[in-house]
Design a protein around this ligand. Structure first.
Ligand SMILES: Nc1nc2c(ncn2[C@@H]2O[C@H](COP(=O)(O)OP(=O)(O)O)[C@@H](O)[C@H]2O)c(=O)[nH]1
Ligand SMILES: [Mg+2]
Length: 497
């Protein structure tokens, strides 16, 4: 970005509690900026922060201001200060107020806001669209317009059922404010920032180039974030697919190794979640980890539970679903048996070994020697799909959001087509128990993935025979093939997102 671009200064103004500080947080991608509360008057002073470009250049300064509380009183007071025969324009009238003794008294708060607006290029007027349009709002807008700076109304809380953005737009037009922008600070539209910059560019002709440059920069930042996010997911999948734990045939050993495999995979998933949160500049509180499976909360469900797999529309074999081994596959190096054996061993651990059929017993007896345990395909799928759902949620989350993500996540849609049964359902297992597809009450977002893209699955298959590619336990040695495949998976996931 050229050095010559002038920085833009914006005041964030509005009535108390309309979400001014929240807007600052979301635009700055900083959950911790200022103080946000339901109680009025949390922001008492003007607090500024800069929006940085990719190369960390400050290009936009945002100034958070205290809420306007008595605009009507201030307007009346100006009437008293300015004799009727004195023809003063807006900014001069405002200056009178600023020069008056009440600027340190009754109108101290209003004067802080107005002097900030006078010193900036434009004002963003934040509106709680759940509020009816009241005379106090009109007074506020009259007072602000008198500063002679462009005012862009920002319609906040637009996702609330009580919001009436239409009534606001109409009222604003009557006051001569025809450009507005919808920007729910907790869940802004993906193009919310761009819309805002475009509107500002129309109002601030002299800064149009800077605003255009900032728009391009923000787009690039978003793209880079997404690319980094898919890379993090690809790396997680690579690690989980390549993970192999040596295991004997002893049922106690199998049980111990199963637990270890699960723990390592879950911990690795958690690392990925934290890296994603960090990349999107959210704290861990934005998506807290639930160690216990919680009923009805998809994200609280255990990675290895058949229920979690089904919730994402992943088909699983019945044996796999019921055995204690669900999610882990034993690869028997001698004989090449995997899933069927795993299901049977699972049944054995689950205490139903006596009930297993003769075929299974014969099979078991043939298992001998060295085996290794790996994470099974449905779990790899789930691992990837959960991270994708998380990235989608992070993309849509404003940094003003106070509630953790899980309540908002509805990553599940219609059940998969039977023809799409992944490899896990073959190997002689009976068809998966799909549950009742009609009991899905959650709203269904568009383009929900039920499985990872085919090329990703193929890469993961290759990774299975490269235990040295897994960083779980120890960092893998540099390997150009691993890097290449992680890059390819990231690209494919990016397209799927
Ligand atoms: N649901 C929802 N809540 C919001 C939104 N914007 C702000 N809030 C909440 O509204 C309250 C006041 O916000 P704050 O930013 O402190 O308002 P300010 O006084 O104008 O700075 C806080 O509890 C915010 O979490 C929004 O877009 N949606
Ligand atoms: Mg505030």
């Amino acid at each position: 970005m050229a050095d010559t671009l002038a920085s833009i200064d914006l005041a964030v103004v509005g009535h108390t509690n309309t979400g001014k500080t929240s807007l600052m947080r979301t635009l700055l991608r900083d959950e911790h900026f200022g103080e946000v509360a339901d109680s009025p008057g949390t922001t008492r002073h003007v607090e500024s922060a800069q929006l940085l470009t990719q190369d960390r250049r400050p290009i936009l300064t945002l100034r958070d201001t205290p809420g306007l509380e008595d605009a009507m009183g201030a307007l009346d007071y100006i009437e008293q200060l300015v004799p009727a025969d004195e023809r003063l324009d807006g900014p001069d009238r405002i200056q009178r107020l600023l020069d008056s003794p009440e600027s340190a008294g009754r109108f101290e708060q209003e004067c802080r806001v107005l002097s900030t607006v006078l010193a900036t290029d434009a004002a963003l007027y934040v509106i709680d669209t759940r509020d009816p349009v009241l005379p106090k709002h009109k007074d506020e807008l009259l007072l602000l317009s008198a500063c002679g700076r462009p005012v862009l109304p920002v319609l906040n809380f637009t996702r609330s059922p009580q919001a009436d953005a239409g009534a606001w737009r109409e009222a604003l037009a009557r006051l001569g404010l025809h450009a507005t922008v919808d920007f729910d600070t907790v869940a802004p539209a993906l193009d919310g920032e761009v819309q805002m910059l475009d509107r500002l560019a129309l109002m601030l002709d002299q800064h149009a180039t800077t605003l255009q440059a900032l728009r391009t920069d923000l787009d690039q930042q978003r793209l880079k974030r997404l690319q980094d996010a898919t890379r993090l997911i690809a790396d997680l999948l690579m690690d989980a697919a390549a993970l192999r734990l040596p295991c004997s045939q002893d049922p106690t050993d199998i049980a111990t190794i199963t637990l270890s495999l699960r723990k390592r995979t879950r911990d690795r998933e958690q690392d990925c979640v934290h890296s994603l949160l960090k990349r999107y500049r959210f704290s861990k509180a934005a998506f807290p980890h639930h160690p216990l499976p919680l009923e009805g909360e998809r994200w609280g469900m255990d990675l290895f539970s058949p229920q979690a797999l089904r919730a994402f529309g992943i088909q699983i074999g019945k044996g796999l679903a019921t055995g204690a081994m669900a999610g882990a596959t034993i690869d028997v190096l001698t004989g090449g048996l995997s899933l069927g054996a795993a299901a049977l061993i699972g049944a054995a651990i689950g205490g139903t070994w006596q009930g297993a059929n003769q075929w299974g017993k014969r099979l078991m007896s043939r298992l001998a020697g060295f085996t290794e345990m790996t994470v099974d395909d449905p779990v790899l799928n789930l691992l990837g799909l959960r991270q994708i759902a998380l990235v989608r949620a992070l993309e849509l989350r404003g940094h003003a959001a106070m509630r953790p993500i899980e309540g908002d996540l509805t990553p599940v849609a219609s059940p998969p087509q039977p023809a799409e049964a992944p490899a896990a359902a073959d190997q002689g297992d009976t068809p998966a128990d799909q549950g009742d597809p009609t009991d899905e009450s959650a709203p269904k977002p568009a383009q929900v993935l039920h499985r990872l893209p085919t090329d990703v699955q193929q890469i993961l298959n290759e990774a299975r025979s490269h235990p040295e590619w897994s960083s779980i336990g120890e960092a893998p040695a540099p390997d150009s093939r691993r890097d290449l495949l992680v890059g390819q998976m990231a690209q494919s996931l990016f397209t799927a997102l």
